[in-house]
Design a protein around this ligand. Sequence first.
Ligand SMILES: C[S@@+](CC[C@H](N)C(=O)[O-])C[C@H]1O[C@@H](n2cnc3c(N)ncnc32)[C@H](O)[C@@H]1O
Length: 290
Amino acid sequence: MSQHPDINDNINGANTTDEQNPNSTNPMNPEAQAATDTAISIDANASSQNEPTEGKHIRIVNTFMKRRTHMNKNAELALTAPEFAHYLVNNSFGDGNLDGINDLRVLFADSPNGSDAPLTVEIGFGLGDSFIEMAAAEPTRNFVGVEVHEPGIGKCAYMAGTQGLTNVKIINGDAIQLLKQLPENHIDRIQLYFPDPWQKKRHYKRRFVSPERMAIVTRSLKQGGWFHTATDWEHYAFWMVEVLDGFAGLTNQAGAGNFTDRPDFRPMTKFERRGLERGHGVWDLIYIKD
Ligand SMILES: C[S@@+](CC[C@H](N)C(=O)[O-])C[C@H]1O[C@@H](n2cnc3c(N)ncnc32)[C@H](O)[C@@H]1O
């Protein structure tokens, strides 16, 4: 596999600049594009995201931009009605406060699978259709979904409830913050499907797949555990394989430099379908923790 011509040392964040291609658009994800544009001003004014340390401020760069979109009736019902409450680990409306969530396995202690069942965590499930399909297909495995988008959280909880799933929990908040709070060697599989591509060079630092964030992901995986990602954004695909192949502690199950065939167990996601309709390719990667 040859390297994508545009991949450069921005992967390490050291060389991130504010260069912008004014013609750059995100045909796959207009919301992320809008978010990308908004991010410029939000970054500049996001004092609430700054953490003081010894008189300095460290800017926290998030991989998401919270967007307000329509909440349908079913999603709203699931976020408010008591019969869905057991799917929602923390407050599903609002700020995604993760205080006290230090162990995902205990969330299933009273469920039929119990807390020792294999555990999959999906980061950024969107509206949750493929996440719920996977959970329904593997009832003896526990699934935790993490999202910041409340209409998606509501829709996902609604689907889990109407299907009577007992192996699903949903967390509202930043997956990176959550993973930092968890024990090491905790999760069997982490999946990240069609993450926002943040295609402008000056926003590469928001890409979920980066050496810093992969250190956090890898720490929380069990030995032999998987990190599975997929994208329809070619530049990001080659960026991912470069970051992940270079990351000590993870092994590309398709061999260094290679993408994996699309596995049957991964249902098509909303963003994948949108990308395919626009003529994009799809690239899957599975890495095993050494
Ligand atoms: C492009 S969408 C893809 C949604 C879905 N996986 C799909 O393929 O249809 C990316 C999603 O990831 C979520 N996201 C991004 N960074 C996140 C983070 N750090 N924690 C939780 N969710 C995140 C966003 O809110 C968004 O819904």
